[in-house]
Design a protein around this ligand. Structure first.
Ligand code: SIN
Ligand code: FE
Length: 318
């Protein structure tokens, strides 16, 4: 099955669309510069770029280990994070520690290959990003128990509570490793179309935009590596917006949605800070996150930061 929209009609303006890239692959294509720039522009506007055949090679042996069929035979029970800057995995239970070295090696290889691919596919961003974590997601998403703010089956824009981006954008690259089952997402309106609504509701924006003094204090706290007050107003807004959306049962139920099925061995990339998304089902995905600074964006004027700063009439970063 291919990625499809549940509705007959393609999504309307203001909703995320999908671009299917058939011819990418069997390696890392060097795109014509104008095509790469166009992909960046489309991603920044809230498109999902879908590759029916993942460009990332993963050996059969590594797959079997990740799917829990090999070596220890133990299935993994939590998402596993890989921190490229430190070259280490986190999130392993005590019983899984014996797999730490082999998982580190697999995740390192995935992360390097994802970086190489994205660096060529989205050449305008190459080398300008801050490489964030990669992850392995071995848990079935359907019915996964979680606190409301941690539920990924509710529509949201991504915001990392402990890793503020200070206006950089969150680009994520996924591979569905499941040999039999699609990973199923729904999306709704983009941040550009919908974020301002949440900015107005409950004065969310003015309550975080702060005054020059509190901005100054936050900078000092950040310079001293103090956790208190160190989240920039932009991240504070995105975090509150993330939570407010998940708490809003009427919005979750009533907002128009499109469903996308990502089949076995497909890959997709998306700016999850502007694509409202939820994962309904699926098990075993690999993912790499890139933080793209404003200066590297093809269309910085439509970024969530620009949308919010225009509304606030003041800078929202530190
Ligand atoms: C999310 O970012 O909400 C999770 C997406 C996924 O794991 O497919
Ligand atoms: Fe998310």
């Amino acid at each position: 099955m291919t990625a499809t929209s549940a509705s007959e009609m393609p999504p309307a303006a203001g909703f995320s669309q999908m671009i299917r890239v058939e011819d990418s692959l069997g390696g890392t294509p060097m795109l014509a510069p104008e095509r790469a720039r166009q992909f960046c522009a489309q991603l920044e506007a809230g498109y999902i770029v879908f590759l029916p055949v993942s460009p990332i090679a993963i050996s059969q042996e590594d797959r079997e280990l990740l799917l829990g069929r090999k070596q220890t035979g133990s299935a993994y029970h939590k998402n596993i994070a890989y921190r490229p800057a430190e070259d280490r995995v986190t999130g392993l239970d005590a019983s899984e520690q014996k797999d730490a070295e082999v998982l580190r090696r697999i995740m390192q290889k995935f992360s390097k290959n994802a970086v190489k691919f994205i660096g060529e596919f989205l050449a305008p961003y190459a080398g300008k990003w801050k490489l964030d974590y990669a992850s392995f997601r071995p848990i079935e998403e359907k019915g996964r128990p979680a606190r409301v703010h941690a539920r990924n089956d509710l529509l949201h824009f991504d915001s990392f509570p402990t890793r503020p981006t200070n206006g950089s954008r969150i680009l994520r690259f996924f591979v569905n490793l499941n040999p039999a089952q699609s990973r199923v997402w729904v999306t709704s309106q983009t941040f550009e179309a919908f974020g301002p609504h949440y900015a107005k509701v409950g004065n969310l924006l003015s309550s975080v935009s702060g005054n020059p003094l509190s901005r100054g204090l936050r900078s000092v706290a950040r310079a001293l590596h103090l956790p208190f007050g160190s989240r920039p107003p932009y991240d504070e807004f995105m975090h509150r917006c993330h939570n407010a959306m998940k708490e809003d049962a009427a919005f979750q139920q009533n907002t128009p949605k499109h469903q996308w099925d990502f089949p076995s061995d497909s890959a997709w990339m998306v700016f999850t800070d502007c694509v409202s998304h939820a994962v309904l089902s699926g098990q075993y995905a690999l993912e790499q996150t890139f933080l793209i600074p404003q200066s590297a964006l093809v269309a910085p004027q439509i970024s969530p930061l620009a949308v919010l700063e225009q509304m606030a009439g003041r800078p929202l970063t530190l």
